[in-house]
Design a protein around this ligand. Structure first.
Ligand code: FUC
Length: 345
């Protein structure tokens, strides 16, 4: 197990975590961005299974949020506005009239303080950031810590901790785009996913939750048994159309004791990933609107090249009843965990 550090321009640093199986995770202090993740296929070949830019300078804008930590509020806040404790707050409109992924000064755009650590069976990084009261329009001085841990057994764990001195909305996630084929060999069509979810959130034409929950039953959103992601690309339902011919929706996880909420697999490479989380749901985004022709490490970007599993609560709760809440109060500790475990079929 080892940790290496490399200095880049502009006080950026890249940390490389490697376990004894050769599984490797590369992380920038800028945005906490995961730039690369090498995972073995069924023959033991280590290949990259996340989308990342060939030229790291492209992360300065990163409009697709490749690999980044997302906050203070992951997802969309309708009309960039919310009311807490009787006070109205106005945020930046960075997507039409709405606020997406913390805005242009969100956690994906800040330099995190990084402390590496080594344990007997793991290596990792503790990333810290102190958000000032009013930064980005959000209330409260907020202390955030995110811990990335690469375990010896090919688990990659992300744990998030935060506290605030004023009531504030907060839900954090990581925006890695996974492609288990390895080195972007194939798009997502034949990769299989299962999700422990009976319900998903209906979106309007601007990808804003309408406030309605829809049953997955009988629809291309039914991932209760594993199915190829391509099913959702070719589907003719209105919700797939709205998302840009695919899926870009919040799934509510079923309430039960199962820690594994998601599985993903590529039948060709044999790579399998399970997602364990304590979060109430996630956005699955199948890169329907990913621009073509961005230079990535293993070739050009295109639609359906990566899938994000954005485990989090729901910002729709700021405007609608019945959604997993995102409000953090002084004296409370925000503490969540998501673990990605890699194996073969
Ligand atoms: C996801 C989606 C959005 C957006 C972004 C890059 O979180 O929900 O629609 O395209 O990623």
């Amino acid at each position: 197990m080892k940790i290496e550090v490399r200095d880049l321009e502009k006080s950026w640093k890249e940390y490389t975590l490697t376990n004894d199986n050769g599984m490797q995770v590369n992380v920038l202090n800028f945005g906490g961005i995961i730039t690369k993740m090498l995972v073995p296929d069924k023959a033991g070949n280590l290949e990259n299974i996340v989308l990342g830019y060939a030229d790291y300078k492209d992360y300065q804008t990163n409009p697709n949020y490749f690999g980044a930590l997302i906050g203070p509020v992951a997802g969309r806040i309708a009309n960039s506005q919310f009311t807490l404790d009787g006070q109205e707050y106005k945020l930046e409109n960075n997507e039409g009239t709405h606020h997406l992924h913390g805005g242009s000064t969100g956690f994906h755009q800040v330099i995190w303080d990084v402390e590496p650590f080594e344990k007997v069976d793991a290596v990792g990084l503790v990333l810290s950031y102190n958000r000032d009261d009013g930064e980005g329009g959000y209330p409260g001085n907020v202390d955030v810590q995110v811990t990335y841990t690469l375990h010896q057994n090919n688990q990659f764990e992300i744990s998030y901790t935060a506290s605030t001195d004023k009531t504030t909305p907060l839900t954090l996630t990581n925006h890695s785009y996974f492609n288990l084929s390895g080195n972007l060999r194939h798009s997502l069509h034949e990769q299989h996913v299962s999700i422990d979810s009976d319900q998903f959130v209906e979106l309007d034409e601007e990808l804003i939750p309408t406030g309605e929950l829809l049953p997955v039953d009988g629809s291309p959103f039914d991932f209760r048994s594993a199915r190829p992601l391509g099913d959702g690309f070719n589907a003719s339902t209105d919700q797939n159309r709205v998302a840009g011919k695919g899926i870009d929706h919040y799934f509510i996880f079923n309430e039960n004791d199962k820690e594994t909420k998601v599985t993903a697999a590529d039948p060709v490479s044999g790579r399998k990933m399970t997602v364990q989380t304590d979060q109430p749901g996630m956005v699955m985004y199948t890169s329907n609107n990913l621009a073509e022709g961005l230079e990535l490490q293993e070739g050009m970007s295109r639609q359906y090249l990566g899938v994000c599993f954005e485990t989090q609560a729901s910002p729709a709760s700021l405007h609608h009843e019945g959604f997993p809440g995102v409000v953090l109060k002084p004296g409370e500790v925000y503490q969540t965990r998501t673990l990605f475990e890699f194996g073969v079929l």
